[in-house]
Design a protein around this ligand. Structure first.
Ligand code: ADP
Length: 377
């Protein structure tokens, strides 16, 4: 059991690329922390520095109480799981699991016992005597997980372990890794570019852009309180919609005026927005907070406080329980997400090419400064 602490850690590669820029990170004992961000943002570099596979240019890394900057990877008591499994092809799964333990000179009975326990946890008894080429992608990834588990490390490091699996199996493995975390109660650090993976797996998520941490928090907090436009747009699928505009005041009421839209600012936001009156702003609203006006008005349970916006429906995507609608308004594209039942069997159901009245839930709007892209708090 161990916490992992990064203090002012930077990484500049020999070619001059500053991959990681002065990050501070405190991963708690037994925590499942996800590092998420677009390709090239530096998340693998962070993980590889924790593993000792990449030297730190400046700053300090602690595993447990121990400063590990100069400790070789094999002595850091970590286990890493990669996207490409990295199993030895000429060895059976059993031999793959035993390999690291033999290197560390564990006695045979300990090795046998640990393999047995690990096979139990992962349900891979029947795979132990197969070689990797006789395994499916998912089975290989389970074997790779097994090789990490037998080591009983202080910290597990995962580098995009599910990227090679097909969509259905990815969902299953996601759940299995989470279950594993609950069972083993070991600190886990998990790198992915996939925000859905981050949201479903992480106890906390660190969102990274261009080598810096933008925000660290629980999935729900990040979703509801993004500190800037990048986090707002990165977390959530389909992404948050953005509109440029300004706040104006008329007869004691504040309005956001943007490209084709005028929204009355919800009372809960007026204090903070009065301070940035006239400045260039960006309004953000998630697809699920845009409703069909027809529905919002007729539904008895509707308590949606909002403003009517009229936009042209361009695309309808039926996803099952929900339907995604794409609209254009004054040259801006945006998406709404509605219950599919709202689209079914009604004479006046929305049709492609029509101008449709929508309700923007003004209480759910986010506001950012255009220049700095920071949330207005
Ligand atoms: P991510 O895992 O988020 O995709 P990486 O940590 O792999 O990002 O890379 C971060 C940045 O560092 C990228 O610009 C990448 O091109 C660069 N980089 C990664 N590894 C090396 C290397 N060995 N030498 C030089 N530049 C590298």
């Amino acid at each position: 059991m161990a916490e992992v602490v990064l203090k002012n850690v930077s990484k500049v590669y020999p070619n001059g690329v500053r991959a990681v820029n002065n990050i501070n990170l405190h991963i708690k004992d037994k925590e499942f922390l996800v590092l998420v961000g677009p390709s090239g943002c530096g998340k693998s570099t962070i993980l590889r520095m924790i593993a000792g596979l990449e030297e730190v240019s400046s700053g300090e890394i602690y595993i447990g109480e121990r400063l590990v900057n100069n400790v070789p990877p094999k002595d850091r008591n970590i286990a890493m799981v990669f996207q490409n499994y990295a199993l030895y092809p000429h060895m059976t799964v059993r031999q793959n699991l035993a390999f690291g333990l033999k290197l560390h000179k564990h006695p045979p009975e300990v090795i046998e016992e640990r393999i047995k326990k690990t096979a139990e946890i992962l349900g891979i008894f029947d795979l132990l005597d197969r070689k990797p080429r006789a395994l499916s992608g998912g089975q290989r990834q389970r074997a790779a997980l097994g090789r990490a588990i037998v080591r009983q490390p202080l910290v597990f490091l995962f580098d995009e372990p599910l990227s090679n699996l097909d969509a259905k199996f990815r969902v299953q493995m996601r759940a299995e890794i989470k279950k594993l975390h609950q069972q083993l109660k070991t600190t886990m650090i998990y790198v992915t570019h996939d925000q859905v993976e981050a949201m479903t797996m992480g106890e906390r998520i660190a969102v990274i852009k261009a080598g810096t941490i933008q925000q660290i928090s629980t999935p729900a907090f990040l979703y509801h309180n993004p500190v800037n436009k990048f986090v707002a747009g990165f977390i959530g699928s389909p992404s948050m919609n953005f509109f440029e505009g300004r706040v104006v005041e008329e007869k004691d009421k504040l309005y956001f005026q943007g490209e084709g839209i005028v929204l009355e600012v919800a009372r809960m936001h007026t204090d903070k927005l009065r301070k940035v009156k006239g400045k260039d702003l960006i309004l953000g609203i998630r697809p699920e907070n845009i409703h069909l006006a027809q529905q919002a008005i007729s539904s008895a349970s509707s308590e949606v406080k909002g403003c009517i916006v009229r936009a042209r429906l361009e695309i309808i995507e039926m996803m099952g329980a929900v339907t995604y609608l794409s609209f254009t308004l004054g040259g801006v594209n945006f998406n709404a997400r509605v219950e599919s039942s709202e689209m079914e069997g009604k004479e006046n159901r929305p049709r492609i090419g029509e101008e449709i009245d929508l309700v923007f839930n003004s209480e759910k709007c986010h506001y950012f400064e255009k220049e700095s892209e920071q949330a207005i708090l």
